[in-house]
Each structure stands twice: as structure tokens, then as C-alpha cells.
Design a binder for this molecule. Structure first.
Ligand SMILES: [Zn+2]
Length: 418
């Protein structure tokens, strides 16, 4: 028998989160920006927490830290998070995931006397936030193989420091970061806990939710080309009004989102030329951001928006042109793991809810690499993150550690049988 029948101590996780906050925050919030002194301090503190556990600890080629508890089998259950924060960030984003993972390692170590049926690894991903170089998911995308090396090589911070030089200063060789992919060799499942960072669970008055996957995104600029003309002398029926076509298209864009089920569409900007009060608009450029969890539904949303732009351009006697700004495919999570996540939540607090993730997370990269993945969300107060007011009720924090631990145990059994 292990020394204690219930070695999981969620209150300890909350206490450690507070300890980390005191160590790495100032009056404006958390300051654990990746590759800075404060980040290194947070990581050193984390390693200190492992003293006494029979773990192998090392940094991989991309600077991700791996804490490994060897099991009977080499097949590994991975639990991930990130110690880095945005500047003036919150006290939970990223580090909750890591510290919950550590608490689960302690429980598993105690329950299985240091030798669980499968290997269990906690990973602290390097630079999830991308706060300094504008590129998020650095460590996990290097590990998944998805990182665009040419793009990343040219990234510089506000002070002109190039990413490869910043990495060098913390002992990472940029040209070798993808060697970190070897870490996923025996990965059989990946779990990540995270604050929701949005208002969905708060509005439903539920503490926890099972995440279905991360949204795919299609981001485009649409330009309507008409003709400038005097606003006094040009009769209404003779105008080629680029703004009018864009304006007529707008309600249709929101209809497309409604018809799509769970998709969202945003027209985030509108610029007109010549942009003066006495001229019909010659050129109107709007930006459109469309997101959906289902790739087919996302493609349909895009196709419908294109058809709408053609229709309203034709009706207004103007032309429409499209330019793709950015895209990423949806990353649906593993069905069986989603079911385990639901189950773990119901066993902990009675009711679960399934929801997609609007923000990207390291989990999206691990799923991209083909590892069965799921995330669990815990309610965010105010529905807000990346801000020092980011918060979650302590009882919900304790609940999420307990539920996440149940999910880890279920997943360990699943990995063992596969
Ligand atoms: Zn995060």
C-alpha cells in the first residue's frame, strides 16, 4: 500500500500557484516572458519542486523541459503546459497545467511505488505565448515538426534581437530545434489542462468542460473596386459604390456563421478610399476572420462568403478580389479521450460540457503530430485572460486538479491496453 490512501493534494497546487505568483509577478501581473531571467527563475523553482521524486529531468533541443517517471512500459502518457506568460499576464495561464501535472506525478509515484504501468511525462513547453517574437507555440511546434524554420529564423523582438540569438543566450541552437521531435517517439496520449480564457463555462455556471479541439481559421482581405465620383453630381443609379457592396455583404457574413452551427465570422476592419466625405467610395477593403472546428464546415463558410461577395459586387456594378492573410486547419481531439474527459468531469462535479477552443494551445501541435490528444478547461472568472485580473475560483482550481487526475488515470489504463 502507498503511504497515504489519497496522495493527490489539489490544495497544494493552489498554494504552489500562489508561491509562483509571489516569485514571478509584479504590480502589473505575471512577468514570466520566455527566455528572460524571470522565466528562468520560474523554471528553476519548478525543478526544485521535483526534489525527492524519482524523475529523469532534461531540456530537449528546443528548450522544452521534460520530467519523466519511468513505468513498466515505454509507452508514455504526456501531460503538458507552459511556465511562460505574456508580459503583465495572469497567475494561471500555462502554469496551472504544469503544476497540476506535477501533482498528478506525485500521486502516480506514490500509488505505484515509483513504477506506474506506463511511463508518465510532464512537459513544460518553451515560449507558448510568443509574446516577444510574435510567434506562439514555439517549443511545441518545433517538437511536432510544424515550425516554419525560414519564418522563425527572421523573427526579431522590439529591440531588434533575432530569435536565434535569443535562443543562443539560453543555450539553444536554433538550427537543431526540430531534433526535439524525438521526444514524441513513444508518446501514446497527450493531456492538457487550461483555464478557458472565455465566458462559455461561466455563463453556463459550470466549473469544467471537455475540449473538442481547436478551431480552424480562414483569414482573408476582401477588396471591392468601384469608382470615385462626386457625391453631389452623381445620381444614385449611376454609382459604382464599393462601400455599398461591402455593407450589403456584411449581414450575409453573419448569416453564414449562424447557418454553420458552431462557427464564428468576424469583419474586423473596413478601410475606404478616397475616404472623404464628398466622394463615392472607389475602393473598400474589409478583413474577414472565419473559424470552425469542422474542416468541411469551414470550407463551406469560406465558399459561401466568396459567393456572397460576387453576388453583391455584381448587383452594385463593382468588382471583388480576395487575398488570403492566414489559415490553419482545425485540430479535432481524440474521441475516446474526449469521452474520458467528460467522464472524469462528471465524476468530479456532476455535470460536463463539451466546447471547442477558440485560442490555439500546445495541444494543437501535439495533435498535429498524430498523438491522441484532449484538453480540459476550467472556468475563467470575468471570462478574461492575458491580464492580471485573470482568475478562477479556488474551489474550481481544486476541482480541476482532481478531475484532471481522474482523466490521467483513465488514460493511463487506455494507453496500457493499446
Ligand atoms: Zn496558455
Amino acid at each position: 500500500m502507498p503511504p497515504m490512501s489519497h496522495p493527490l493534494n489539489p490544495k497544494r497546487t493552489v498554494a504552489e500557484l500562489k508561491e509562483l505568483r509571489a516569485l514571478t509577478s509584479d504590480d502589473h501581473g505575471a512577468q514570466r516572458v520566455a527566455f528572460t531571467e524571470t522565466w528562468l527563475k520560474a523554471r528553476g523553482w519548478l525543478r526544485q519542486k521535483m526534489v525527492g521524486l524519482p524523475l529523469e529531468i532534461h531540456d530537449d533541443a528546443a528548450g522544452n523541459t521534460w520530467f519523466t517517471l519511468r513505468g513498466e512500459s515505454d509507452k508514455a502518457l504526456l501531460i503538458g503546459g507552459h511556465m511562460d506568460s505574456v508580459p503583465n499576464g495572469g497567475w494561471l495561464d500555462g502554469c496551472l497545467n504544469v503544476l497540476a501535472g506535477i501533482e498528478i506525478l506525485r500521486r502516480i509515484n506514490a500509488q505505484y511505488q515509483g513504477k506506474p504501468p506506463v511511463t508518465v511525462r510532464v512537459v513544460d513547453w518553451a515560449d507558448e505565448e510568443g509574446a516577444r517574437f510574435g510567434k506562439s507555440l514555439f517549443g511545441s511546434s518545433a517538437c511536432s515538426g510544424n515550425l516554419d524554420m525560414n519564418e522563425a529564423r527572421g523573427l526579431a523582438d522590439k529591440g531588434g534581437v533575432k530569435l536565434p540569438d535569443a535562443l543562443k543566450s539560453v543555450g539553444i541552437d536554433f538550427e537543431r530545434v526540430k531534433d526535439s521531435g524525438v521526444e514524441l517517439k513513444n508518446a501514446a496520449a497527450y493531456l492538457e489542462l487550461h483555464i478557458e480564457q472565455g465566458p462559455v463555462l461561466l455563463d453556463l455556471n459550470l466549473p469544467l468542460g471537455a475540449v473538442l479541439g481547436t478551431f480552424g481559421v480562414e483569414r482573408h482581405a476582401i477588396t471591392f473596386h468601384g469608382q470615385a465620383a462626386h457625391s453631389g453630381s452623381t445620381p444614385m443609379n449611376r454609382r459604382k459604390d464599393a462601400f455599398l457592396a461591402a455593407a450589403r455583404m456584411s449581414p450575409e457574413v453573419y448569416q453564414i456563421a449562424t447557418r454553420s452551427g458552431n462557427g464564428v465570422c468576424t469583419i474586423g476592419s473596413c478601410n475606404t478610399k478616397p475616404g472623404i466625405v464628398t466622394s463615392v467610395v472607389e475602393e473598400c477593403r474589409i478583413t474577414l476572420d472565419q473559424r470552425h472546428l469542422d474542416a468541411t464546415a469551414l470550407a463551406k463558410m469560406l465558399q459561401e462568403a466568396k459567393a456572397a461577395s460576387e453576388k453583391f459586387a455584381k448587383e452594385g456594378n463593382v468588382k471583388a478580389s480576395w487575398e488570403r492573410l492566414w489559415q490553419i486547419a482545425p485540430r479535432p481531439f481524440n474521441e475516446e479521450l474526449i469521452a474520458f474527459c467528460d467522464e472524469a468531469i462528471r465524476e468530479t462535479c456532476g455535470k460536463s460540457h463539451r466546447l471547442p477552443s477558440g485560442p490555439l494551445h500546445d495541444a494543437a501541435e501535439v495533435a498535429f503530430a498524430g498523438v491522441p490528444t484532449v484538453m480540459m478547461f476550467v472556468q475563467s472568472l470575468h471570462g478574461i485572460s492575458h491580464n492580471k485580473i485573470e482568475d478562477t475560483k479556488e474551489e474550481h482550481l481544486e476541482m480541476c486538479v482532481a478531475a484532471f487526475d481522474k482523466l490521467a488515470e483513465k488514460t493511463m489504463g487506455w494507453v496500457q491496453k493499446r
